[in-house]
Design a protein around this ligand. Structure first.
Ligand code: SAM
Length: 214
């Protein structure tokens, strides 16, 4: 019999796959209106343009960040993981010009030794608030997969001023409760931690950059 944890993970993955089956078609046309801070977090990545970086984006979706990362860091090798094949199909088309150094894989990011110390940067962009309840496991795993001077970069929803908005987001698989930032601050050596207002301050989003704890 499967343990409860693996069943929970499978349910989360299946939920995402069915949610994004339709959403993948309208994702790029709609999300720029409320996924604030995605350009800002990329600018906070503290490496030289020419560095031969190894970068991972967890939950890379349609590849909006991957393209920008490929352009910002022309010598970087980039891996995008996502559980939604529909989102990755969109990403694959957009990333065709970079396919010699951007790889997309349809699978979740999980605990394990597969990437052991490989990455200079691990990016979570509007992913952790959707990976419930196992987002804490992913935050615990990230330091193991970073090089000594590597960083985790996170942009995501933080909290909301109104319960209706929290409920609305919950129906869209997003947990919004100010719960992520304190865990990041405990898990990493914080270099940047900011909360900013979203549209009319109905919600807030956060930007976080942290290094491995010594
Ligand atoms: C809101 S989208 C963000 C996409 C992209 N990072 C961006 O900023 O536009 C969340 C993405 O996380 C992916 N995702 C959800 N659960 C995941 C998991 N357990 N492992 C990897 N990706 C996951 C979803 O399929 C979706 O593409």
């Amino acid at each position: 019999m499967k343990d409860r944890l693996s069943t929970t993970k499978e349910v989360q993955v299946k939920d995402m796959q069915s949610y994004y089956q339709f959403q993948a078609k309208i994702y790029d046309a709609t999300r720029w209106t409320f996924l604030y801070g995605r350009n800002a977090i990329l600018k906070k990545i503290p490496f030289e343009r020419d560095a031969p970086l190894q970068i991972l984006e967890v939950g890379c979706g349609t590849g909006t960040n991957l393209i920008k990362l490929a352009q910002m860091f022309p010598n970087a090798t980039i891996l995008g993981l996502d559980v939604s094949g529909d989102m990755l199909k969109v990403a694959e088309t957009k990333l065709a010009p970079y396919k010699n150094r951007v790889t997309l894989i349809e699978k979740p990011y999980e605990k394990g030794t597969e990437y052991n110390g490989r990455f200079d940067v691990i990016l979570f962009s509007y992913a952790l608030t959707m990976i419930n309840p196992q987002w804490t496991e992913l935050v615990e795993q990230a330091p193991n997969d970073l090089k000594d001077k590597g960083v985790v970069a996170v942009v995501d929803f933080h909290d909301a001023n109104f319960e209706f908005y929290r409920g609305f987001m919950r129906n869209n698989h997003v947990k919004l409760n100010g719960h992520i930032l304190p865990v990041l601050e405990k898990s990493f050596d914080t270099k940047l931690s900011k909360v900013k207002p979203g549209f009319l301050n109905v919600w807030q989003y956060m930007l976080y950059v942290g290094g491995k704890k010594k």
